[in-house]
Design a binder for this molecule. Structure first.
Ligand SMILES: Cc1cc2nc3c(=O)[nH]c(=O)nc-3n(C[C@H](O)[C@H](O)[C@H](O)COP(=O)(O)OP(=O)(O)OC[C@H]3O[C@@H](n4cnc5c(N)ncnc54)[C@H](O)[C@@H]3O)c2cc1C
Length: 382
């Protein structure tokens, strides 16, 4: 029986664990948390992420929880268009509640996956002669393939690619889902969706499902994410909410109404961080198998293009297709090397585009803002 250990039960880890199990691998997932669950916010999946879920055989599960997002353009805080929306665009992203996506991924695991919670991987054994292994200090977990899906602070990556470090992206983000029963009448009944860019600030809002639900889920509501240049705030969620309401006070409707309807418990604050430089390799042959880096462990980037989870799903679909028929020995080693050759350039391209967006977001001063607005006005919405 071919065996894999997946470190981390986030979106990337769950997606790849199910994918390998459905290809006949016996999989053990090691998760440091005491439960496997998503946070209480939402996620935008762009067409590449949707296509990856389809390739993973999870299109049906996604259809039950996803809400399509019409193209909404980009506005300035005063409501003027920077990029006009394209009505009727066909390849639109979808939005899902993170807990719903986690539930869908867990439902796709099947009985070939064993999940061990409360296990924090602390060390990694890499040797040309032995099967790859990780350990929490008490138990050593050995397999033909070890997938490091343990997020931006990945312990496995720190051992395999120590030259890649985690740095601040110079901004902080706040997210919330306002549940339907607390959403006030907004936007004259039209869907709430849109992106607004100010000097050092950005606000994105999207409607999660129809009033009362999101597909078969009851976790519908309005999702918003606010980004501000600078460090995260040390104050209580109550004070953070006061600050957010102040920063966005003069922004066009319904941003003020959304912040007014948000409660401190809805708020999830996060420092935005990224990997610099990216690891040079994403695959490390070892013994008859090897290690691979996947998701944020491989390519954590700022959230500005909403691509982190989409790329993690692409990683999982790629690894599944490379390992589907491979047997331990030369075939698995080659698959691990091929994964790196395919995924590293793809991630580097998306990271480059994301960094351009970071520069746009951080533009300050009248001249820089004028140049930004002019540039944004000419870009293709695609
Ligand atoms: C504000 C914000 C908005 C975003 N919006 C979007 C969006 O709209 N669309 C999109 O595609 N992406 C978005 N992203 C990015 C997305 O959230 C991440 O890229 C994605 O969640 C990464 O998934 P992952 O499974 O690789 O890592 P994680 O979700 O970080 O999961 C890692 C898992 O590993 C576990 N773990 C960590 N260390 C260990 C260890 N040593 N031993 C055992 N377990 C361990 C953790 O507990 C966790 O469960 C956003 C990010 C932010 C910050």
């Amino acid at each position: 029986m071919r065996t894999a250990v997946v470190v981390g039960a986030g979106i990337g880890g769950l997606a790849v664990a199910g994918a390998l199990a459905r290809s006949g691998w016996q999989v053990t997932v090691l998760e440091r948390g005491d439960r496997v669950r998503g946070d209480q916010t939402a996620l935008i999946l762009w067409p590449n992420g949707v296509k990856a879920l389809d390739a993973l055989g999870l299109a049906g599960g996604l259809a039950a929880i996803a809400t399509p997002l019409p193209d909404s353009g980009v506005r300035r805080p005063d409501g003027q268009w920077l990029v006009q929306p394209r009505p009727g665009a066909t390849r639109v992203p979808v939005i899902v509640h993170r807990e719903d996506l986690h539930d869908t991924l867990v439902a796709g695991l099947g009985d070939r996956v064993e999940i061990r919670t409360g296990v924090t991987v602390r060390s990694t054994r890499v040797s040309p002669d032995d099967r790859p292994a990780v350990s929490d200090g008490r138990t050593t977990y050995e397999a033909d393939v070890v997938v490091a899906a343990d997020g931006i602070d990945s312990a496995v990556r720190q051992r395999l690619a120590p030259g890649s470090t985690v740095v601040s992206s110079g901004c902080a983000a706040w997210r919330a889902v306002i549940p339907w029963y607390r959403v006030p009448p907004l936007n004259d009944g039209r869907p709430v969706v849109g992106e607004t860019l100010g000097a050092g600030y950005r606000f994105v809002a999207a409607q999660l499902g129809q009033r009362g639900s999101a597909g078969s889920s009851t976790r519908g509501g309005i999702y918003w994410v606010a980004t501000a240049a600078g460090a995260p705030r040390p104050e209580s969620p109550e004070t953070q909410l006061v600050l957010l309401r102040r920063w966005f006070a003069r922004w066009h409707a319904p941003i003020g109404d959304l912040l007014a309807a948000t409660e401190p418990d809805d708020l999830v604050q996060q420092e935005v961080r990224e990997l610099r430089p990216l690891p040079r390799e994403y695959g490390f042959p070892a013994g008859p198998g090897g290690f691979v880096l996947l998701g944020d462990a491989a390519h954590a980037m700022p959230h500005h293009l909403g691509q982190g989870a989409c790329l993690a799903l692409e990683d999982a679909a790629t690894l599944q297709s490379l390992l589907r028929e491979a047997v331990p020995g030369r075939q698995v080693s080659e698959a691990v090397a091929a994964y790196s050759r395919l995924r590293r350039p793809r991630a580097a391209t998306v990271v480059r585009q994301t960094r351009r967006m970071s520069a746009v977001l951080q533009a300050r001063g009248r001249l820089a803002l004028r140049a930004r607005d002019a540039a944004l006005g000419t870009i293709s919405p695609a």
